[in-house]
Structure formats: C-alpha cells, structure tokens
Design a protein around this ligand. Structure first.
Ligand code: DQA
Length: 149
C-alpha cells in the first residue's frame, strides 16, 4: 500500500515558538508523531515533510502522483498566494485534503482565499493538531470508498 503524503509549507517548522496563541504549543515534531500514531491506528503509512520553499512543495506533489495514495497539505502562507500549488495539485490525480491548524476564516481577510480549496476534496481547519487527524480519517474514508485504501 502506498503512503499518504502529509506536506507542510513555510514557517511550520517554527510551530511551538511561533504565535502559540494561534497555533498552539505543539512543535512540528509533535505533529509528526501525532500523525504517525493516528496512521498506525488506521493501518496506514504516512510520509511527513515540511519545507519553506514553494518549489520543493511542488516537487513533492509531483512525486506523490506515483508514490502516494493521497495528499494532506497544509500549504501555510502559500495557500493564499500560490497559483503554482493550485496547478500542481490539479495536475496530480490523487485525493487531496487541505488542512490548517487555525480557523483561517476567523482571521485576517487575506487568509479567507485559498488556491488549494478548489482542487481539494475537502478542507479541515481550526482544530489545531487534531485537524491532521481528522484529515487522515477523511482521506482513508475516500481511499476505501474508491477501493484504493
Ligand atoms: C496556517 C494558516 C495560514 O494562513 C498561515 O499562513 C500559516 C498556517 C494554519 O495552519 O493555520 O502559516 O496554514
């Protein structure tokens, strides 16, 4: 069975230090462990990555086309700016779920638009680290329904 790729964008390496009132106390390492534990409980493999570079994120999305069963992506700030991320996700034909730790719709207006949402199966935001676990539940359901899980 192919793994689910969990891809994280810029500044998420600073979780724990960065605006803890918004993003919570968990570090990116804590988040990775949380995802690994949830994946194990679901009988799935995950590949968890973070980058501060748009091109690297796009390379990983291309790689996911042949190597992953699905993508969970927190594009972070690139969510709101990147047509290239939109195009890359549109180009690969595997289930994708957009996640955010914070409720982006309760924040500044520039966070209300996402280039990822129109090319994602669904969006989960506002549950802190649990957003990722909910996304794993959701993507596994999609994979099972499509006979690929
Ligand atoms: C974020 C929300 C984005 O607006 C922001 O740029 C981030 C993190 C979140 O997980 O809540 O870096 O994606």
């Amino acid at each position: 069975m192919k793994p689910i790729y969990i891809l994280n964008g810029p500044n998420l390496n600073l979780l724990g230090l960065r605006e803890p009132a918004v993003y919570g106390p968990e570090t990116i390492g804590d988040l990775e462990m949380r995802c690994a534990a949830k994946a194990k409980a679901l009988g799935q493999q995950v590949v968890f990555r973070q980058t501060n570079t748009e091109g690297e994120l796009i390379g990983w999305i291309h790689e996911a086309q042949s190597k992953a069963s699905g993508i969970i992506i927190n594009g972070a700030a690139y969510t709101h700016t990147s047509v290239a991320l939109h195009d890359a996700l549109k180009a690969v034909n595997i289930p994708t779920i957009e996640v955010h730790l914070s409720n982006v719709y309760a924040r500044e207006p520039f966070r209300h638009h996402s280039y990822i949402s129109p090319v994602a199966h669904g969006v989960i935001c506002g549950f802190g680290g649990q957003s990722y676990e909910l996304a794993l539940d959701g993507i596994v359901q999609i994979l099972k329904t499509s006979g690929k899980g």
